[in-house]
Design a protein around this ligand. Sequence first.
Ligand code: PEP
Ligand code: MG
Length: 555
Amino acid sequence: MREIHGTGIGERVAFGPVVRMADALPEPSERASALDPGAEEARARASLSAVAVELADRGVRAGGAAKDVLDAQAMMAEDPTLITDIVQRLGQGRTAERAVFEAFAAFRDLLAGMGGYLGERAADLDDVSQRVVAHLSGVAAPGVPSPGHPFVLVARDLAPADTALLDLDQVLGLVTIGGGPTSHTAILAREKSIVAIVGAADADGIADGETVIVDAERDLVVQNPTVVQVGEARQRIADRAALAAAPITPGALADGTPVPLLANLGNADDADDAVRLGAEGVGLFRTEFLFLDRAVAPDVEEQQEQYRRLLAAFPGRKVVVRVLDAGADKPLAFLNDAHEENPALGLRGIRALRQAEGVLRGQLEALAAADAETEAELWVMAPMVATVEETRYFTGLARESGIRVAGTMVETPSAALIADRVLAACDFASIGTNDLTQYTMAADRLLGTVADLQSPWHPAVLRLIADVGAAGAAHGKPVGICGEAAADPLLAVVLVGLGATSLSMAPSALADVRASLARYTLDQAKQLATAALGADGAVEAQQAARDGAAAHAGA
Ligand code: PEP
Ligand code: MG
């Protein structure tokens, strides 16, 4: 038995025999081409378009967030700048394989050097390069093996194209040697509810056919587990299956205290799935996801149609829409055009919108118009608010535009520290724990090197959340949570103990959180919260909550 550490995605456990994914193709040789550059160019262009078509086709089959990722990859294969670079290299006598390899590598290095969100897209580019080179060489692209039986896939890093099409009946779990918590592999694994450990550097030593347990909750891969460990894993898998089959009831604590469970969405197309999984409404609709590829701001009519579709899926339910959170890892060309050294600390969210007030007014107008056409209860909130003045600005503009309920995201320590005054100036608060953690801990949420500082379990973050919860209670105003923290079943209980009145998460997490909340009364949730708040660090806080939960289960 050996334990290998990485970052777990989700909470579940899987168990089975390993199948390893073939490593990358060898680097194409530097020998001069025997063909003339024109003939090589024709080969290269044919393979680039074949791969673009194949990726787009995979996107259509996969749907959801995977489609956006695969469409972006298909566009990379036809990027005019890359093609110009390839043609130039062909002019120097390279083979098509070599020219494609070099041009993609150069572009990859450029992206990797930029770091952040763009840096993480470098792996996507490598995958496109491999596919084109494989197509040119007439060999199969490295991809997910199909051994004919269920297996745990161990790969160096998985390309989005592969993750998107994983056969969920065959792939029991996924372990990647590379990749971080915000890589596409992690994002897609989370969306598809695949049990995964990413960044497990020592998984290189796992051989084909070995048995492993993939324990996402404990961030562990157990190589050659003992009989007892296998028994425990099987029990957890059976418990989880029973949970998924349990009837869907509204979110509530054991004493009946209601805790509405809402969905985080980025696209109206995902609304039906969210409803099927028991979402009682939407707690965060990320509107910027609709327009990431736009050079100019979408007009009011187009936006109105998008929002109308979303609201129509939730008649009589609360739908919280966030106005555009552009900037940092989600730049929108029509709002963020200047280079910034530290974009997470720059013109992001409400700051960028104020600079382009027409865009904000247009969005609020479209939302109010969609609201008038539908039966949902529309709430609208502003991202990245740091001051009372920004809160008043947004609330004023929203009301002027006909929005009835206007709120503030609390995702800067500043907004949390003055939550009493922020809440006096708006109708509700929604805590974005992803950014609140990033800014409280001064740890870039996209950077693997500071991942251990990015835990929302840190008592510094929990204390801020408690302050916001107390301010909400004092004002009688709702305080929701819409960051990833709400999707952690035990942390969800702690957050309610700290004063959260609703929780919003990826729909795939709803069942686990619903079951977890039902195990504790409000008093017990408050006890777990007090235990976590009293700890010295994130690991200790999580452990204190686990100990409290175990004591409660044994009582
Ligand atoms: C957050 O910061 O927690 C949040 C919900 O917003 P986003 O992840 O879109 O920045
Ligand atoms: Mg945020």
